[in-house]
Design a protein around this ligand. Structure first.
Ligand SMILES: [Zn+2]
Length: 357
């Protein structure tokens, strides 16, 4: 019912703005059974009704749901929780969530998906693939034993490091901007991707691997796994790994639960390390670069895992400040797997990690 109301609102808005709403078949998974936050997110549209990102989304790009990061579901019941302090390495704790957002916080936006723009995916710049070591890197390493070659650049394992993570993509207009900025600062980030979007943005996803970023699992179709049975949970995880491996040759080794939602069945069937977060920028709710920046800067600590989403131009705008500023503060931007490796932690299947110190 609520969703129907929102659909009507979106339709009214679209008529007012002269926008054609496109409802691709792939939006079929979007329904109330997915829980709050799953019903209404649509590709980003600016207030004047045009797609904000320069390259228009592919005509068949999905409607996707933002995480409802503010509500945790345990056995189907919403539970309000606070952010745990410090690391929770290896402990299957209650997830990090915070405030009170509900489905009603999710803005209904109209999508403009021009039918003739299916091939507008931003092509990945031709950059050298991440190479483990160069002569220069080897030389640097020999001078400083703390410098380790990783994913095409050097990381000082004695200095602070954080993991920027971007969910719900791939989405080339935003993801390529984030990579452009990160790579200028020798940063590598982690993309938790929805499997059924991967082939739409295959060039972008290949770039992630070529340039040393981490490709990670966010289920095949962004199902809230606490709503599924064991076989379906395993299928959501496996299908996502399969398509990422098919496109990139690399099989993800970490996953993130859509919405952070879990129950005992989820924790017995994901069979991968579960990476949540300890800093939630709420970028999907604010779509405001300044607020996203504020959520990170000033709060960040060594070993933090920061949650953002790959779907919003405001998140890429925020990256243009966050990444240089964190670098200036001495933080190295590493993937989640690098963070674990350099902190000397091995990640275990079906265990939840919020930060790694
Ligand atoms: Zn998500």
């Amino acid at each position: 019912m609520k969703r129907q109301m929102k659909c009507l609102k979106a339709l009214a808005l679209s008529l007012a703005l002269g926008i054609t709403l496109a409802f691709p078949a792939s939006a079929a998974w979007q329904n109330e059974s997915l829980g709050p936050g799953a019903a209404q997110w649509i590709e980003e549209v600016s207030p004047d009704g045009t797609v904000a990102s320069q390259p228009a989304p592919d005509a068949d790009s999905h409607f996707t749901a933002p995480e409802d990061h503010s509500t945790t579901y345990i056995d189907g019941q919403p539970v309000s929780l606070t952010t745990p302090e410090g690391t929770s390495l290896g402990v299957p704790e209650i997830p990090v969530t915070g405030t009170e957002a509900t489905e009603s916080d999710t803005p209904a936006a109209a999508e403009t998906a021009p039918a003739e723009t299916a091939q507008t995916e931003t092509q990945a710049p031709q950059q050298e693939a991440a190479q483990p070591e160069t002569a220069q890197e080897t030389s640097q390493a020999s001078e400083n034993p703390n410098l380790v070659a990783s994913n095409g650049r050097m990381v000082d394992i004695t200095k602070p490091m954080v993991a920027l993570t971007y969910d719900d993509g791939p989405y080339a207009p935003v993801g390529n901007r984030i990579m452009d900025i990160a790579e200028q600062y020798n940063g590598r980030v982690t993309f938790f991707m929805v499997g059924d979007r991967v082939k739409t943005y295959a060039a972008e996803v290949k770039r992630m691997v070529q340039n040393g970023h981490e490709v990670a699992n966010h289920t095949y179709s962004h199902k809230y796994l606490n709503k599924l049975d064991a076989a379906s949970i395993r299928s959501q995880v496996e299908q996502c790994n399969n398509v990422i491996q098919e496109v990139t040759g690399v099989r993800p080794t970490i996953m993130r639960l859509p919405g952070g939602n879990k129950n005992a069945t989820v924790l017995q069937n994901v069979n991968m390390p579960i990476i949540l977060w300890n800093i939630d920028t709420r970028d999907w709710a604010t779509k405001n670069a300044a607020k996203t920046i504020d959520a990170v800067l000033g709060k960040v600590k060594d070993g933090d895992i920061i949650l953002m989403h790959e779907l919003y131009s405001s998140t890429a705008d925020a990256a243009a400040t966050i990444i240089p500023e964190l670098s200036a503060q001495g933080y190295q931007l590493v993937t989640v797997s690098e963070l674990a490796k350099f902190k000397g932690k091995s990640l275990a299947a079906n265990q939840i990690y919020y930060s790694i110190r």
